[in-house]
Design a protein around this ligand. Structure first.
Ligand code: ADE
Length: 253
């Protein structure tokens, strides 16, 4: 069994890549697919680049060329729901493209001809990622160090599970995030790739999960908060979450 670990940006995955002892680089469609092992588990680690098309293409290559049997997306997201704060972790149960609207021909948000607007994440992988995240966030200082916890006010991070929404827009003002909150009141967080990969995995019948750390509140301060968080914190979270999750899987015999 080979598992794909995907993030949109280098900063979200760099620490994880540094942990691969035996990686081989395979270049496809301008992307580096790092094939090797993490925690004894066969993996392909790749940067999708940003946005839904880039992510969908990357997922398709992972499935067709590398025959991965599951895809886990990691990285950061902007918090939307009131209690979803910087430093929290969101594990998606369902994913939706908030900028997809073929109405009145199809219901708003529905991916035409699929009958679905909300694509389900794999329950088993998501449960396991959430359990791992709860364990890690119980001790943020062990995870991030005292200075980072103080600098980013990450003393009591929480794990949330629910709807993650994706679109080809960095949401960086309060009016836009309020519009999203009104339209999709159960959305926990917003990013730019997950729902596209969920759609591809649905079409292939391959399990998918997404775990995102909240880097900003998708408001007027989002750009500055995002930039600082991605530079300093994001990679540590991705490494800790993915590494601890892989450690829970039974190593192949
Ligand atoms: N990823 C992290 N923060 C985001 C935001 N505010 N909008 C879209 N994607 C994001």
């Amino acid at each position: 069994m080979t598992i794909a670990i995907v993030a949109a940006m280098h900063e979200e995955l760099s620490a994880l890549l540094a942990q691969m002892p035996d990686e081989q680089r395979v270049r496809v469609a301008g992307r580096d697919f790092w094939v090797g092992h993490l925690r004894g588990q066969a993996v392909v680690v790749v940067l999708s680049r940003i946005g839904k098309v880039a992510a969908a293409l990357t997922a398709t290559v992972l499935l067709e060329r590398f025959q991965v049997q599951a895809i886990v997306f990691t990285g950061v997201a902007g918090g939307l729901a009131p209690g979803v704060q910087v430093g929290d972790v969101v594990v998606a149960t369902r994913l939706l493209q908030h900028d997809l609207d073929a109405s009145p021909i199809f219901p708003k948000y529905e991916v035409p001809l699929t009958g679905h607007a909300r694509f389900a994440a794999d329950t088993e992988i998501s449960d396991s990622l959430a359990a791992v995240a709860v364990g890690l966030l119980a001790d943020p200082v062990a995870l991030l160090g005292q200075k980072v916890v103080d600098d980013f006010a990450l003393a009591t991070p929480a794990v949330h599970r629910g709807l993650l929404i994706s679109g080809d827009r960095f949401v960086s003002n309060a009016a836009e995030s309020e519009t999203l909150r009104r339209a999709l009141p159960d959305a926990l967080a917003v990013e730019m790739e997950g729902a596209a990969v969920a759609q591809v995995c649905h079409d292939y019948g391959v399990p998918f999960a997404a775990v995102r750390t909240i880097s900003d509140r998708a408001d007027d301060e989002a750009h500055g908060d995002f930039t600082r968080f991605v530079a300093v914190v994001a990679s540590r979270y991705s490494l800790a979450l993915v590494d601890a999750w892989l450690a829970t899987l039974t190593p192949p015999t």
